[in-house]
Design a protein around this ligand. Structure first.
Ligand SMILES: *Cc1c(COP(=O)(O)O)cnc(C)c1O
Length: 387
């Protein structure tokens, strides 16, 4: 039987045609498809601007650079995320810190944030940037988080790499109502794909212009941005230090084509997640958070074994993998990765994220997961628990 992965892209002939037409055209990169994709993405999110970049990791790094995060400063995020959400602090010479998760939503805990902020304010160690991560595609409590950080002037950047297509307070995630910017990834397991790819959306024109500059070496062709007079029409100036983090036109065309099916992808994911909820309710599992009325993007379907079954997680993982089911574990909390342990983080620092990790398992979920395949995953789980 064909192995079932935990996540997978959906590619149609429309996607093929979109990429094909770029290959036949004049620009493979830096052509018209980038701006078109950016406009469509910004429109979808209800944000003023979008900047497409080479991957989600670059998006996080560029936002931190554009916000001028400095050595010695701090950036806080959730320990339950992909390492990139915290690594972006280090690219700027700053330090990453963490705020523990809430056991109901698996998102950054508002109570923990409140306590940490008070302590940090007393010690004079407040972060410059806070990155809430919309884990598995469910929005964090953005309104509460924004209210808490406001008195301290902390800038919020949403890591919505799981969450494109989800909604919060009936607005698309990415509307940046409570943040300076929101970051997306277009890796093949995410809501839409461009192969590798990412984007930043923002309502700030100043931040937008800075991001455009930093996406491409810190080089500008706009005379007003230059620090010396142009020598002629050929002239460009470099006014900051940066890298090449551009997306190609090939990728942008794929992105535009995928974006047209985003709502369809999300509705398929939602239906499959609902079906898992129904089929798994009799097993000794904690099913994913229901979302408190917020519409999740359903990036991951994460189950957690009930406490008395936690020591069977490895056996369950191995059993499902041996049967061709591509389960996964998202994530080992970032502070327990070796690079972070070397900075002094250790077991016990963020007990709720560690509790989650002990029993967590990600089941296959993607738009093209077929009902028979989902049924097979469920049957294998039932077999395991009846042994
Ligand atoms: C995927 C992901 C990233 C990084 O995105 P890439 O496009 O792979 O660089 C960052 N944060 C989170 C939460 C992610 O899931």
């Amino acid at each position: 039987m064909k192995p079932i992965p935990y996540g997978r892209q959906n590619i149609t002939s429309a996607d093929w045609q979109a990429v094909h037409s770029v290959l036949e055209g004049d620009w493979l990169t830096q052509g018209p498809h980038i701006a078109a994709f950016e406009e469509q993405l910004a429109h979808y999110c209800g944000a003023r601007h979008a900047v497409a970049v080479s991957h989600g990791t670059a998006a996080l790094q560029l936002v931190c650079q554009a916000l001028q995060l400095q050595p010695g400063e701090q950036l806080w995020t959730s320990p339950l995320t992909f390492a990139a959400s915290a690594n972006c602090a280090h690219y700027c010479g700053a330090q990453a810190g963490f705020v523990d998760i809430d056991r109901q939503s698996y998102n950054l805990s508002v109570t923990a944030l409140q306590q940490r902020l008070q302590l940090a304010a007393e010690q004079g160690k407040l972060p410059r940037i806070l990155i809430p991560v919309h884990f598995a595609g469910l929005s964090c409590a953005m309104e509460e988080i924004a209210r808490l950080v406001k008195p301290y002037g902390i800038t919020i950047v949403e890591d919505a790499c799981h969450a494109l297509g989800g909604r919060y307070q009936n607005q698309p995630i990415g509307s940046c109502l409570y943040s300076a910017a929101t970051v997306f990834s277009f890796h093949p397991v995410k809501s839409i794909t461009t192969g590798e790819g990412g984007a930043i959306v923002t309502n700030s024109t100043e931040l937008y212009q800075r991001l455009l500059l930093l996406r491409s070496h810190g080089i500008t062709r706009i005379p007003e941005q230059m620090e010396q007079a142009a020598h002629g029409p050929w002239f460009y100036d470099q006014v900051a230090w940066s890298y090449n983090y551009r997306l190609t036109d090939l990728q942008a065309a794929l992105g535009s084509s995928q974006l047209q099916r985003l709502d369809l992808f999300i509705s398929k994911r939602r239906a499959l997640a609902k079906e898992y909820d129904r089929l798994l309710s009799h097993l000794p599992l904690l099913l994913p958070p229901q979302g408190n009325g917020q519409e999740a993007a359903h990036h991951l379907y994460v189950i957690r074994l009930q406490d008395s079954w936690v020591d069977k997680r490895l056996a369950l993982f191995e059993w499902l993998r041996s049967q061709g089911v591509g389960v996964n574990v998202h994530y080992l909390p970032v502070h327990l990765l070796s690079a972070y342990r070397q900075l002094g983080f250790k077991e016990g620092d963020f007990p709720h994220a560690e509790w989650y990790y002990q029993g967590a398992l990600t089941l296959p979920l993607y738009p093209d997961l077929r009902p028979v395949e989902q049924q097979r995953v469920v049957s294998l789980l039932e077999q395991f628990f009846s042994k």
